[in-house]
Design a protein around this ligand. Structure first.
Ligand SMILES: NC(=O)c1ccc[n+]([C@@H]2O[C@H](COP(=O)([O-])OP(=O)(O)OC[C@H]3O[C@@H](n4cnc5c(N)ncnc54)[C@H](O)[C@@H]3O)[C@@H](O)[C@H]2O)c1
Length: 417
């Protein structure tokens, strides 16, 4: 997706969050790297989340370069796809950040990286491999990655991408429990929590002591250029609620608290129903994805929060072009906080008691990925940060659980083929 309306490489270095009406609820992520010792980083996964793509603004290596400057030393890149890893390192060596990658070895597995780096362990680990290769305690296939990392590098801070797993919620919960008992700082990549607009909404709720009555989230993706077969295959990426709408399920929980999972109801439009026929899928779904493994085209879910509030999510695989259509609204007595387009041009419309006219807040140059990484790095180095780490592994497991509850609920009610 062309999130932020520009490619990651062209994103402005400023993270000013002072759009009209904005009063700076989170500090600017520091743009000038602070002086200090080298910071050793192990990067796991040479894919889009860590090294960027045309699909969106995510690119963790770029954010750590911005944050750490020439203190950054990437002490290893783990990826079984060696040519891909080599290609991203070659590209980095042509950039201003080349010194960080000058001596970066490639490792095929996390085990190999741990054995080679045990004498000089990394300070930070970015875990951005696909979730099928992590999020379990089962050592049999070597995918008990978080456990291996916590054992191998007991002092390293771990940054783990969402979703936390593709396996069972029970297994992911065991990983959470294990990590809670370890000294490693763990931060999970629900970056929208760090968005200035989201923080502004949280501030309004807190300042006015509001009880959330309802959250209403809509995430409609543009599928025309989405060509990863795994994403369209439920048995690999688990479907679009678990893989993608997870960000909005997480935000809903962030605003309104825990969901009573027994209340989750959902309906879907499936691929075999007339309204679910898509004309621009960019690969041969008919031949590449088995029928019972194809993803729903639209899902609508509702639930009750434990607080008594209600929640609603709509997720669609429906738009063409490149930009996604996304919004989330939070209602409370007298208040409507409507956040439109948090990925591209976040705009917050606030209606308050005393006036029917909405205030409009823009957050033009906000970069939640940078705020997230800045928080992670500062907390790892100093034990504290201007904003705290906002997503723990255990918290992320509860979002994972909600997304599965929605998927199961929609499969229970779907119209059979
Ligand atoms: N927060 C966000 O907005 C956001 C955006 C994109 C992706 N993600 C998440 O990041 C994760 C990775 O997604 P991606 O888009 O980078 O995928 P990708 O397919 O582009 O890259 C994944 C890379 O990991 C490698 N890999 C496979 N198994 C591995 C293993 N065992 N150890 C190390 N590397 C391994 C693959 O060879 C590949 O190079 C997913 O969990 C995804 O949901 C999050």
């Amino acid at each position: 997706m062309s999130a932020l309306g520009r490619s990651p490489a062209k994103m402005r270095l400023s993270t000013a969050i002072n759009g009209p009406g904005h009063d700076g609820v989170i500090p600017k992520a520091r743009m000038q790297p602070e002086a200090g010792p080298d910071v050793k980083v192990l990067v796991i996964g040479a894919g889009n989340i860590n090294f960027g793509s045309d699909e969106g603004p995510w690119n963790h290596s770029q954010r750590i370069e911005q944050k750490l400057g020439n203190r950054l030393k990437v002490v290893g890149l783990v990826d079984p796809a060696i040519p891909r890893a080599q290609a991203v390192l070659d590209a980095k060596r042509l950039t201003f950040a080349s010194s960080a990658y000058a001596d970066t070895p490639i490792y095929r597995t996390v085990q190999e990286a741990i054995s080679k780096l045990s004498a000089s362990p990394p300070d930070l680990v970015l875990l951005g491999s696909p979730p099928a290769f992590r999020g379990t305690t089962d050592p049999s296939k070597g995918f008990n990655t978080e456990i291996q990392l916590a054992e191998g590098f007991p002092k390293a801070a771990l940054f783990v991408e969402k979703p936390v797993s593709t396996g069972s919620v029970e297994e992911a919960s065991k990983v959470a429990e294990y990590l809670e008992g370890k000294p490693n700082l763990v931060s999970v990549g629900y970056m929208l929590r760090y968005s200035a607009a989201v923080q502004k909404m949280k501030q309004i709720l807190k300042e006015n002591k509001l009880a959330v009555m309802m959250t209403s989230a809509r995430y409609v993706m543009a599928y025309e250029h989405s060509a990863k077969v795994a994403w369209w295959t439920k048995s690999i990426d688990c479907g679009p609620i678990v893989e993608q709408a997870t960000h909005f399920c997480d935000l809903s929980r962030y605003f309104a608290g825990e969901v009573d999972l027994s209340t989750v109801l959902a309906h879907s439009v499936e691929w075999y129903e007339k309204p679910g026929r898509l004309t621009k899928i960019p690969f041969d779904e008919d031949n590449l994805v088995p029928e019972d493994d194809r993803i729903p085209r639209f899902t609508s879910a509702t639930w009750k929060y434990k607080s008594g509030a209600i929640g609603h999510l709509e997720h669609g695989v429906a738009l063409q072009g490149t930009e996604f259509s996304t919004e989330i609204t939070v209602f409370a007595d007298g208040y409507q906080l409507k956040l439109i387009d948090p990925y591209n041009r976040p705009t917050l419309y606030v209606r308050r008691p005393g006036s029917d006219v909405e205030e409009v807040h823009h957050f033009n140059d906000d970069d939640p990925f940078l705020s997230e990484m800045s928080t992670f790095i500062d907390t790892a180095a100093k034990g504290t940060s201007e904003i705290p780490v906002l997503s723990s592994f255990a918290d992320a497991v509860r979002t994972y659980e909600l997304t599965w509850a929605i998927r199961w609920a929609s499969e229970k009610t779907r119209t059979p083929k």
